[in-house]
Design a binder for this molecule. Sequence first.
Ligand code: NAD
Length: 500
Amino acid sequence: MAARTKEYGVYIGGEWVDSSGKETFETRNPANERVLATFPNGTRKDVERAVAAAEEAYPRWRGYPAPRRAEIVLKAALVMEERKEELGALVTREMGKVIAEGRGDVQESIDFLKYISGEGRRLLGETTPSELPDKICFTLRQPKGVVGCITPWNFPTAIPSWKIGAALVCGNTIVFKPASYTPLCGAALMDVYEEAGLPAGVLNMVTGEGGVVGTAIVEHPKVRSISFTGSVPVGKEVYEKGARRMVHVHLELGGKNPIIAMEDADLDLLLEGILFGAFGTAGQRCTAASRLIIHEDIYDLFMDLFLARVARLRIGDPIDPKVDVGPVVSRDQMERVLNYIAIGKNEGAKLLCGGHRMTKGAYGKGFFIEPTIFLARHGMRIAVEEIFGPVLSVIKIKSFEEAVAVANDVEYGLSSSIYTRDINRAWRAIDRLEAGITYINAPTIGAEVHLPFGGIKNTGVGGREAGSTAIDEFTEIKTVFVDYSGRLQKAQIEEVKPPK
Ligand code: NAD
């Protein structure tokens, strides 16, 4: 492994090399703005070099049997397991989620890499009979080639691991672009794969601006597939560009996830669920519960309990295990969230708690926002747009029908939840909520890696990550017909007579 200082290069062909450009950017701890490392603002030329390295490595990686490829991915999981504390702390320092969640981010990576390494011995196709005698039909899965993986900052090891792990087992080589708030977590993954014995060139990483590095990956003629997780506006741009080149684009985008609380909800359970769902990761999860759609009959009773608990949440440096809520990831993100709080006030939503940046003492050095709750009305911007911060909109409803209508009336469809003791109503919610994921008596967060993950409407296009569907994103299906009759047989034309 090449010796490195805190000034990183780009990772191409198995080593850290200089970018072709001179510009750099810093990654900082959002709790105190301390600089953690410097990375290159990569260039189009860097992406070309990375794609060339991936292309060069592709035939050998593709030819290495899938079970063997999977062993390297499994080894990466074991390396991460060994380094879990260190990596978890890195996630917390660079991204700002509390340390328990920092470890959780790494654990999710480990879990997924272990799960997907099992695919090395499956990667199943199907076999079927033929309509003609002495002929057999089957499908097999083949890698796509060089794939581009572009990721956000909120799960800085888990989301890259979902993409990289699946792409590798399937036999692809990769150009990876991490989010610019969390490149150090990306760099740590390069170390992990090096330690796991991944051949040089199979996985390459270029940091830098989305509009430059991301665009260069998406537009590169040799990149055969794009796996993108991020915001809807950028996702649309990526989709359009991919369509122009006719390449597969998989998008995992935003959410405005509702928890529906019916009048028969278990209020203690609901309380724990909404606290974790709305303010875990300071609300910066694509699956965060950003709407509480609550029956008017329990509103007063529940909100008293809820506001009292929110007032006791400990906000601070996320590396401190006693802290419940850390900072948001950056100054820009903080401004965006504060802007939404101002929008909420202007559109007449009632501020029930929070609503400010915290600036006293050590807070002033970081990007801390008070957990904020509005009593809103459906249709207000804060009640339908993704804020991606510790801001919850509470919406009162009178019936189950109204709750489902409100829940569904947004552009997103990622996660959803209902708290009720009525089993029939729970099943109706499973049927009718327009979302890729539905939880019953649990909050909107908490995905498990062996199940498909993703959403509908503006949340996603192109399949599901994780679970048994993860390999669909990174393989092409080849359909094979083997005719062992020794003569030309014509499907649809030849008459096959019944036996006498
Ligand atoms: P973002 O869209 O700003 O950026 C995502 C990635 O795309 C980054 O690496 C960024 O540098 C890159 N990028 C930016 N412009 C680009 C361009 N023009 N072409 C190609 N790449 C470009 O999102 P973010 O702020 O990093 O992440 C937050 C968003 O991600 C939220 O909307 C959240 O809901 C979503 N998200 C979705 C899921 C999911 O699985 N559905 C999971 C996590 C986060």
